[in-house]
Design a protein. Structure first.
Length: 173
């Protein structure tokens, strides 16, 4: 594992969140390459660095000023690599991000069991504890007159509410 940015969007500087693509279709489609995943909130198969036709996907948010030296080299090499795909068009486009793909549906069906349900419930509970703690810390920081990042301000404005814990019927739906 290697670090791309000197600081992540959760650490400071008010970075915006990067944009990764779901991995569906990258490993089984012509003219599409899955190069690397990265830390993200989608899944381990999400594409942080990839190529589809002449589109290069770089899912990290920091400008080159905030990239590690290794990341700058990878980015520069990727730009040179992409030159050979000039003029190639992507084979498909997904205009509606709410359209489910077969891999996604298979994954959801595979999670329809009590063990996955219990794992999800515990995940939501843990997330609610972490969110409440972070919200409290940010409010205290602001009350002390300390400067908040753009991301921290957005969290406070959202007035974090606990995520509802689903029952079995809600989970299945």
């Amino acid at each position: 594992m290697w670090r791309v940015q000197k600081e992540g969007y959760l650490e400071a500087k008010g970075y915006r969140v990067g944009m990764v693509s779901r991995g569906d279709g990258f490993l089984d489609s012509p003219d599409a390459e899955y190069i690397s995943s990265g830390v993200n909130t989608k899944d381990v198969g999400a594409v942080a660095i990839g190529r589809h036709g002449n589109f290069f996907l770089w899912g990290f948010s920091g400008s080159p000023d905030y990239m590690t030296e290794e990341a700058k080299q990878v980015f520069a090499n990727a730009v040179v690599y992409m030159k050979q795909f000039k003029g190639q068009k992507p084979i498909a486009r997904k205009y509606n991000d709410r359209i489910a793909t077969k891999d996604y549906i298979d994954n959801v069906i595979g999670m329809l069991n009590k063990e996955s349900f219990e794992h999800t419930v515990q995940y939501y509970k843990d997330l609610n504890v972490q969110s409440a703690k972070m919200f409290k810390e940010l409010k205290e920081k602001k009350a002390k007159g300390k400067q908040l990042t753009e991301m921290e301000e957005a969290i406070i404005k959202a007035q974090s509410r606990p995520m509802p814990i689903p029952d079995w019927e809600q989970y299945v739906q």
